[in-house]
Design a binder for this molecule. Structure first.
Ligand SMILES: [Zn+2]
Ligand SMILES: [Zn+2]
Length: 406
């Protein structure tokens, strides 16, 4: 495990089998300063589970250094490239230069080996099967068939969301699985949606603006589909609208392209940053980036409304330690243009997670019937380990930098 083993972020796992050197994900944590995984050794082939930066953030560096190919689905290629280009731009703005530049991202584009679900690749004589992980469109799990079959899940969701269908278990001997929600269960999604919609309407009725920070990739579209047909004046701002357009061009990766198209048609996007003040005044709800309130247009809207008790900031997902969103949830304060300010808006948290929760992970793991379970990408893996040990699974919780032989 090179990174993201005992924490949610910068995931990277190096796997050697029959002389083939493979890397699964190579992410970075977009905190300030960003966190990186350990430097991987040279690899023959890399696999990207999905576009999110905590899985993809270091792939351009990897490719520029070793020149190997990167296996990924089309949405991961298209959206991943977009996020990486943005991350180069943002990092130079924020004074934490990325360990690669625009040219490296361009080079990476030529090294992608595009796959789709159910494809079987020949990797040094081993078959590698691509499965859907249900987390965001195109998120993949990789099953490496050998003397013992190993599956790397990346981030998974086993329940159907508005955007994608849930992941199905795959029989394997060794399961390398994320554990973000180990020890925690999500409230039923329908209930979360109801609470969220009720709160949004309450904010609008009292004359406030509901500010909904959401990742551009996955969460924005999920929130659009949650808010469509609500009768509210919902507007979106940020990269999410470009992502939605790309998704509509890859309908086979969506649960319902028709519903996403409908949401995109209903929800206007802010095209000109100069319009933000007017939008803040006239809209009911604004869905905007970044999801962890660390940059992007969300800062404009919060700055505009920070003294308005009628308005609300409704957080829609897990906030990583060290981010503005986490600070806001814990202290009611956040940093806007270098200054820590008190936010007087109502604050709300709604669990719209795209990760399987504790019980869903257990159900999924049992159905995969592995002998060995390697838990990673979680800061509380013991909770899951304790529940799994009872059932006789061999549990591994490698630390960052630790090597295990299976
Ligand atoms: Zn993810
Ligand atoms: Zn992740």
């Amino acid at each position: 495990m090179l990174g993201g083993a005992s924490e949610v972020g910068s995931l990277s796992a190096y796997v050697e089998n029959k002389g083939v050197r493979m890397l699964f994900d190579c992410g970075l944590t977009p905190s300030k300063p960003p966190k990186y995984p350990m430097k991987p050794p040279a690899v023959d082939l890399a696999f990207l589970s999905h576009a999110h930066i905590d899985h993809s953030g270091m792939i351009p560096w990897l490719c520029a250094t070793y020149g190997m190919d990167v296996v990924a689905t089309k949405p991961s290629v298209v959206i991943g490239t977009m996020l990486l280009e943005d991350s180069v731009k943002v990092s130079s703005l924020e004074g934490y230069p990325a360990p690669y530049d625009k040219g490296d991202v361009k080079l990476l584009k030529r090294h992608f080996q595009e796959v789709t679900f159910d494809d079987i690749l020949d990797v040094g004589g081993m078959d590698v099967v691509v499965h859907s992980a249900g987390h965001i469109p195109g998120a993949a799990m990789y099953e490496v068939q050998s003397d013992r079959t190993m599956m790397f899940t990346g981030d998974i969701n086993t329940l159907d969301s508005h955007l994608v269908n849930g992941a199905k278990p795959v029989k394997c001997d060794i399961l390398v699985i994320e554990s973000t929600y180990s020890g925690r269960d999500h409230p039923p999604r329908k209930e979360t949606e109801r609470h969220f919609l009720n709160k949004t309407k309450e904010v609008v009725e009292r004359g406030g603006l509901a500010i909904v920070p959401a990742f551009a990739v996955g969460r924005t579209q999920e929130m659009m589909m949650t808010l469509m047909n609500s009768g509210l004046n919902v507007v979106m701002d940020g990269m999410g609208s470009a992502v939605s357009r790309h998704y509509l061009n890859m309908p086979q990766y969506l649960r319902s392209p028709e519903r996403l198209a409908d949401a995109v048609a209903q929800i206007k996007a802010v095209r000109n940053p100069g319009d933000r003040k007017t939008v803040a005044k006239n809209a009911d709800v604004i869905i905007t980036t970044s999801g962890m309130v660390d940059g992007g247009p969300v800062l404009n809207y919060i700055a505009e409304k920070k003294n308005d008790k009628k308005s609300a900031v409704l957080i829609t997902g897990f906030q990583v330690e060290g981010t503005n969103g986490r600070m806001l949830m814990e202290s009611g304060e956040m940093v806007i243009v270098g200054e820590r300010s008190k936010i007087h808006c109502e604050l709300g948290f709604y669990d719209f997670s795209a990760h399987a929760d504790h019980n869903e992970l257990i159900k999924f793991i049992k159905a995969c019937e592995p002998e060995d379970v390697v838990l990673c990408h979680g800061d509380n893996r013991t909770a899951l380990a304790n529940d799994l040990k009872v059932d006789g699974f061999k549990i591994h919780m490698p630390k960052e930098g630790q090597q295990i032989e299976l």
